[in-house]
Design a protein around this ligand. Structure first.
Ligand code: ATP
Length: 312
């Protein structure tokens, strides 16, 4: 049986609007999600025994059944028990490059890679929709991480409509190494502060502009896309983390369209060339000479999970 090496991309949110709460405790959302080429590597090797083993080189990532990639393998083993019995277990190695707890869907994209990889390894012939269904059982961002590219995501984030691909965009990402934000905390705090009777307060509804963002993407209007970046969760995360607000302000001061991704604390700024992106990185390093601040230059990509290699 073959071993697979997969590249699993991170995502940023170009738009994140919280519409209201749901009876299941989650929130109805309207999001525009974008894959970027900052990625982890996931290696899958067949095992002779019926076990799932997981290794990861990052100290904050669990190496047991709590890892989302492990959960993905367990879900596939449960649903395709014949294949699991026939082909045996799997050894999963995660090389982490995506920062953890960063609002970049690191765990979700690892789970997506395992679903895609086991589909190939066990010759299950599931199509993308079927894989996305299994992904939705693991987390709201997993279906997008299987699909990749530029997508409108609604309901909990698992209903996806493709948008025209935004190629040749560069993005600068900034995250304080020691800082991570709990997604659950961010949504809970937003609910308490901004939702009344489960729906967004009226004044807030008037500020949002999903249709304009979708139209700007359809026209690939870079300037407008930059102006229309939006994230409801900034309203709770930025007041709590002044250094994240400061980083966002510095990006703005350089004339870049910037925004927090997901529940943060990563902040991104759009750039139209690699040179401009590198200049932004240098300027931020001067403005905030803090060794705890990590910066990356990344590029938009239309694929999320990619098979890098396979061996017999
Ligand atoms: P999202 O953008 O989907 O909200 P995130 O990027 O903010 O996610 P993750 O990097 O996925 O956050 O990590 C969130 C938590 O999940 C971490 O505390 C980590 O311990 C746990 N976790 C479980 N599996 C993984 C994984 N494969 N990679 C990273 N974190 C994982």
């Amino acid at each position: 049986m073959q071993s697979y090496s997969l590249i699993a991309s991170a995502k940023i949110n170009l738009y994140l609007e919280i519409i209201g709460t749901r009876p299941d405790g989650y929130h109805n959302l309207a999001m525009v999600l974008q894959s970027i080429d900052l990625a982890d590597q996931i290696d899958l090797h067949p095992l002779q025994t019926n076990a799932i083993c997981l290794h990861c080189d990052h100290p904050e990532v669990p190496q047991d059944h709590n890892n989302l990639a492990y959960k993905a393998a367990a879900l596939m083993a449960k649903n395709f028990s014949d294949a699991f019995a026939k082909f045996g277990g799997v050894d999963i190695t995660i090389q982490k490059r995506i920062p953890v707890g960063a609002g970049l869907a690191g765990g979700s994209t690892n789970a997506a890679a395992v679903l895609v990889g086991l589909n190939l390894m066990w010759d299950l012939k599931l199509n993308d929709k079927q894989l996305q269904y299994f992904g939705s059982l693991l987390g709201s961002d997993v279906p997008f991480c299987i699909a990749g590219g530029t997508m409108l995501a609604t309901v909990k984030g698992e209903y996806l409509s493709p948008l025209p691909a935004l190629d040749n965009y560069y993005v600068v990402l900034g995250k304080y190494r020691s800082l991570s934000v709990s997604t659950a905390w961010a949504y809970q705090t937003f609910r308490h502060q901004y939702l009344r009777d489960g729906v967004t307060r009226e004044h807030h509804q008037q500020e949002v502009h999903l249709e304009k963002m979708v139209s700007a993407i359809a026209h690939r209007n870079e300037r407008q896309i930059g102006q229309l970046l939006y994230n409801d969760l900034e309203r709770v995360v930025l007041p709590q983390y002044p250094q994240v607000q400061r980083l966002r302000d510095e990006f703005q001061g350089l004339g870049c369209a910037g925004m927090m991704s997901g529940s943060g604390p990563t902040v991104f700024a759009l750039a139209n060339s690699q040179t401009q992106a590198q200049q932004v990185v240098e300027s931020i390093k001067i403005a905030i000479p803090d060794p705890d601040l990590e910066l990356w230059v990344s590029q938009f990509t239309s694929s999320s999970i990619r098979v890098a290699s396979f061996t017999k």
